[in-house]
Design a protein around this ligand. Structure first.
Ligand code: S3P
Length: 432
């Protein structure tokens, strides 16, 4: 599907974005391992979380939609059964990596695969440490999926993660929960800590301080009533939109503002954005707020080091903000973007430059020469990457002339209501 967008004058109103993808995956998977009935309120309904639900069902987990929530009847580790068919993780790296950690210690064979994008993404990063724990995993050349996991007894390890990745960390925690002996994980820089928070609430023996996690196995996980807040990674598109479209004022309600995810707000504020966090509260162990965003002139910023894992999914839309800010911005130490749903460094650069941006691609980042008012509409490609499609849509709002975006249906991966919400606010996008 191709989506056509026209520039818009101002964005006004309030909205709620889709539920947090990371928290939804974890709530489903951890509930499946608990003993008894748990539920997930406001679970993200999108392709990625559907992949997780379908895989869990194939493993014998009972998941039903009841009164606006998903009820998960877990029967502990023993409740999981050998899947008859290949577990299809679709486009979801989180599904594949977390389930591989979970299945590494189960006494049966599982095969995990996914779409063209997922079968290109690096899995060696999980295979190596899981093998050190005793797992038996076969992959294609270069550690690519499909993966065949032959469940085996696991032992805890001490492991320095080579990359700050919450998916890798969580895969190892899921293996560690079923291992003999403790697991100690050290991250280069702290990544999102939803797993640590949720497992601690469920009764796991887990200690976490920035970048260092100790897990002792043996405790039965207790089911919970999880409530999932809105996804800051989805809110980010509207935060940037309201910041760069002159005359805008948007209230984005019920957004998760976990400090390990808030890098995007910090960077935009440092660029001059007018963002206020209102009505701060804690829901299910996660900080939540309503975000009031008013347009403001933006200046350049530098994103590097410990900030990168705290905004890793928001770099495409931050690049849009930087492309229309005053001055030269830089993104460094972000090579991880090359192994996301697309090579996001290459794609941001090629597609935003087609719209008149001035971005130079570096091996590990971007140099963006800001051109306030300098974007122009064009035909651009999302490469089937949800966050690229949505970032290009935000760029189109401030471009001169019309923009059309290919494979616009990619938003269904994480934010199926995106086009409807955007067109309600702008009256400016339509299927081409
Ligand atoms: C996620 C972690 C991040 C992020 C992804 C979701 C998670 O990936 O990019 O969209 O839910 O753990 P990495 O852990 O590979 O950096």
């Amino acid at each position: 599907m191709e989506m056509k967008l026209s520039p818009c004058h101002s964005l006004k109103g309030d909205l709620e974005v889709s539920a947090d993808k990371s928290i939804s995956h974890r709530a489903l998977i951890f509930s499946a391992l608990a003993q008894g009935e748990g539920s997930v309120h406001n679970c993200l309904e999108a392709q990625d979380t559907r992949s997780t639900c379908n895989c869990l069902r194939q493993l014998g987990v009972d998941i039903k939609a009841e009164q606006g929530r998903l009820v998960v009847r877990g029967n502990g580790w023993q409740g999981l059964q050998e899947p008859e068919k290949v577990l299809d993780c679709g486009n979801s790296g989180t599904t594949m990596r977390l389930l591989t950690g979970l299945l590494a210690g189960r006494p049966f064979l599982s095969i995990l695969s996914g779409d063209d994008s997922l079968r290109r993404r690096p899995m060696r990063r999980i295979i190596e440490p899981l093998e050190r724990m005793g797992a038996k995993i076969s992959a294609r050349h270069n550690g690519l999926a499909p993966l065949a996991v032959n469940g085996a007894p696991l032992r805890g390890i001490q492991y320095q993660l080579p990359v700050s990745s919450a998916q890798l960390k969580t895969a190892l925690l899921l293996a560690g929960l079923q291992a003999q002996g403790p697991t100690l994980l050290l991250e280069p820089e702290p990544s999102r800590d939803h797993s640590e928070r949720m497992l601690a609430v469920m009764g796991a023996d887990l200690q976490a301080e920035s970048g260092k996690i100790t897990l002792k196995p043996g405790r039965t996980l207790q089911p919970q009533e999880f409530k999932v807040p809105g996804d800051i990674s989805s809110a980010a598109f509207f935060i940037v939109a309201a910041s760069i479209v002159p005359g805008s004022e948007l209230l984005i309600r019920n957004v998760g503002v976990n400090p390990t995810r808030c890098g995007v707000i910090e960077v935009l504020k440092s660029m001059g954005a007018d963002i206020t966090l209102e009505n701060r509260r804690v829901i299910g162990g996660e900080p939540v707020a309503d975000l009031l965003v008013r347009s403001a002139p933006l200046q350049a910023a530098v994103v590097e080091g410990a900030l990168v894992p705290r905004l890793v999914d928001e770099i495409p839309v931050l690049a849009v903000a930087m492309a229309v800010a005053e001055g030269e911005s830089r993104v460094e130490g972000a090579a991880e973007l090359r192994v996301k749903e697309s090579d996001r460094l290459a794609v941001i650069c090629s597609e935003l430059n087609k719209m008149g941006a001035c971005i130079e691609e570096m091996p590990q980042g971007l140099i963006i020469k800001g051109r306030p008012g300098g974007l122009k509409g064009n035909r651009v490609a999302s490469y089937g990457d949800h966050r690229i499609a949505m970032s290009l849509a935000i760029a189109a709002l401030v471009a001169k002339g019309d923009t059309s975006i290919s494979q616009a249906e990619a938003v269904d991966i994480s934010f199926p209501q995106f086009w409807t919400l955007l067109s309600n606010l702008t009256d400016g996008c339509e299927r081409a």
